[in-house]
Design a protein around this ligand. Structure first.
Ligand code: 5AD
Length: 343
């Protein structure tokens, strides 16, 4: 595993990644990832606030409960003032990074998104990330100059045929180019994929990891698939939670300096996700800070972790888990330095 790290993971073969993913000794894999995490990014953890501001989506992904054709979902769109207030509250609670996420909703004008980002940047001492899908160059240019520091866009799967099956009407090459553009525009880039999608092989997951490497992203975010009954994939199995951690651990070995989160999907499938993930290479966690009036509407999949708790409860819970593991939360300067060093 050491050899992996020494080359920055850059020249690793698909076969070696596959071996790691299927190792019979995951404990050794997790320990190696944890050691690399400690050496390369230290003991600090970034807990960031996720504000899911709209569940309208023009896409129709087969795995996602927010797909356009799910007519049983009540749609919501937060007003600009509500988004700004939610971000300010998160900031007052101590969050140093805020992600503004929505479905691919063209119901907001570039002007209104720009105003939201500018106001949050003015009011909050935090890194602002946007996760709004493929909205084109000029939107991202304007949000960057309004003060957004990072952008999140997963490629979801690096298999063009699986992508075509799961994301009808979308084009794999377009998505990859959109992700590359974010980096070119100077954003801290977060990308990644889903683990355990119906029809996805372990070999494809190994290739997804290698593909991720090519983006030189500052943040690598993966999560297990959680089956959603209101989709054409209803009745399929959830992704394997342990494989989810293996992917986190291998991401750390391949991208030693990256910021790597444990996600809400990991927590949805496993009440021990924080403890296991933070000791398997992860150094970030997200808290769902969407106003409770809207939280259940962002229904990518059912029973999303934390939706039935207050933001205050979740915040206390995560800070106490971090302390219990002997780790600490990152301040804004430390967080910025890590992002700067990562890509
Ligand atoms: N299970 C897990 N993750 C999902 N996403 C969408 N639907 C699901 C699901 N059913 C993920 C996608 C998307 C992110 C916002 O949520 O990776 O990029």
């Amino acid at each position: 595993m050491r050899a992996f790290v020494e080359g920055g993971g850059k020249k690793i073969s698909e076969k070696s990644v596959l071996n790691l993913l299927s190792t019979e000794t995951p404990k050794a894999l997790f320990d190696a990832a944890n050691a690399v995490r400690k050496e390369c990014v230290g003991d600090g953890i970034c807990v960031y606030a996720l504000i899911n501001f709209s569940n309208y989506c023009r896409n129709n992904c087969l795995y996602c409960g927010m797909r356009r054709d799910n007519l049983s979902l009540t749609r919501y769109r937060m007003k600009p003032g509500e988004i700004i207030d939610a971000a300010k509250e998160a900031c007052e609670m101590g969050y140093k990074m805020i992600t503004l996420m929505s479905g691919e909703d063209i119901g907001y004008s570039t002007n209104s998104l720009e105003r939201v980002v500018r106001e949050i940047a003015r009011e909050c001492d935090a890194l602002i990330f946007v996760s709004i899908g493929n909205r084109g160059r000029s939107v991202y240019e304007r949000l960057k100059s309004a003060g957004a520091a990072g952008a999140q866009m997963r490629f979801e799967t690096s298999s063009p045929s699986l992508f075509a099956k799961l994301k009808p009407g979308e084009n794999f090459a377009d998505r990859v180019n959109a992700i590359k553009l974010l980096k070119k525009l100077g954003y801290y880039l977060c990308t990644g994929f889903m683990v355990g999608l119906p029809g996805q092989s372990l070999g494809e997951i190994a290739r997804d990891l290698i593909f991720t490497n090519a983006f030189n992203a500052q943040m690598v975010s993966t999560n297990p698939y959680v089956c959603c009954p209101q989709t054409p994939l209803a009745g399929n199995k959830n992704g394997d939670k342990e494989l989810g951690y293996r992917v986190v651990a291998v991401s750390r070995l391949l991208c030693p300096k990256a910021m790597i989160p444990i996600t809400i999907a990991h927590e949805t499938l496993d009440s021990n996700a924080k403890k296991i993930g933070f000791q398997a290479g992860a150094n970030m966690l997200m808290v769902n800070a969407t106003p409770r009036k809207y939280v259940s509407g962002f229904a990518l999949y059912p029973n999303m972790y934390g939706a039935d708790r207050s933001v205050d409860y979740l915040t206390k819970e995560v800070f106490s888990s971090i302390r219990a593991l002997g780790r600490k939360t990152l301040g804004l300067d430390e967080l910025t330095s890590l992002f700067d060093a990562a890509g």
